[in-house]
Design a protein around this ligand. Structure first.
Ligand SMILES: [Zn+2]
Length: 294
């Protein structure tokens, strides 16, 4: 046992399960799990991609990340992850009116350098959208912003933002490199990052289980998260079982809470949305799940 072991143990207690589902209140198992009930999740990449990644390879890398999850859904899950057309949209979050896309985008500017200190967006926590910039922690590689119904746990929207203001995203294989060297090597791997973030998008929280795709940290050069680990695979099979409804964690999810057309956890967003219009202000919650850097 190394001298570090007791500290690591203390940090990881209760967080080493093969997978941990996201909750309405993060980490509170008395609250409902977050999950999708629709049979199809369409996601869209921003047209702009990431100018600093070689060629257009970031688009393919992100597609590969979704595909590795989709392969598992095809085998034992009940929904389909489908790429929609690229969009010019640059806003994350959920709007009650208008189109909602499950957007994947790179923020290339740091809000601290482009937003005036007195701008109201700081108080509104909306600078990222207002100025198309990264407004989260500097050491965070990417963030998934999920909007869900706080009673049922049903997810309506989830958007993935990459921190390209701070991190150099690469798609190549090879040795670890550090900016400004980023060719033919791995700085911060797009697919490694995206595979982890898609895990959040479908309702996974972090676990410190060794080798998990959902381990919260990623050092430079890491590519091991490109492949979904077996624990995270089990989450898909168990939370989204093939031929069955998506699984809530707490029962019952009553029809009263979900609206007239909904029953148990089989409720689709369509059923719940009618209620959403009325209750949105206190039923909707946004959760951020982020991947920390080294
Ligand atoms: Zn994460």
């Amino acid at each position: 046992m190394t001298p570090l072991a007791p500290i690591l143990l203390a940090l990881s207690l209760g967080q080493t399960a093969p997978y941990v589902r996201s909750r309405v209140d993060a980490g509170d198992t008395r609250t409902q799990c977050l999950y999708w009930t629709s049979s199809r999740i369409v996601w869209n990449q921003s047209t702009y991609g990431n100018p600093d990644t070689q060629g257009d390879t970031e688009f393919d890398a992100i597609r590969a990340s979704f595909q590795s999850w989709q392969d598992i859904f095809a085998e034992c899950g009940n929904l389909t992850l489908e790429e929609g057309p690229r969009v010019d949209e640059r806003e994350v979050g959920y709007r009650r009116q208008g189109d909602n896309t499950n957007l994947v985008l790179f923020r290339t500017r740091d809000c601290n350098t482009v937003v005036p200190a007195e701008d109201a967006c700081w108080d509104d926590d909306d600078c990222a959208n207002a100025y198309d910039c990264w407004d989260d922690d500097d050491n965070t590689i990417a963030i998934t912003l999920t909007t869900y119904d706080e009673r049922s746990g049903i997810i309506y929207d989830s958007d993935i933002s990459f921190n390209a203001a701070r991190f150099s995203f690469t798609t190549a294989n090879g040795p670890t490199c550090f900016p400004p060297v980023t060719t033919n090597c791995v700085a911060t791997d797009v697919q490694n990052t995206a595979t982890h973030e898609v895990g959040h998008l479908i309702g996974l929280d972090h676990t410190r289980a060794s080798g998990s795709t959902m381990f919260p940290n990623a050092p430079p050069g890491e590519v091991s998260k490109r492949i979904v680990d077996t624990g995270s695979r089990d989450f898909v099979c168990e939370a989204y079982p093939k031929g069955q409804v998506s699984q809530a964690c707490l029962h019952p999810v009553t029809s009263l809470e979900l609206g007239p057309k909904a029953g148990c956890s089989a409720a689709g967003p369509g059923g719940a949305l009618s209620l959403l219009g009325v209750w949105a202000l206190w039923l909707m919650r946004r959760a951020r799940r982020q991947e920390e850097g080294p």
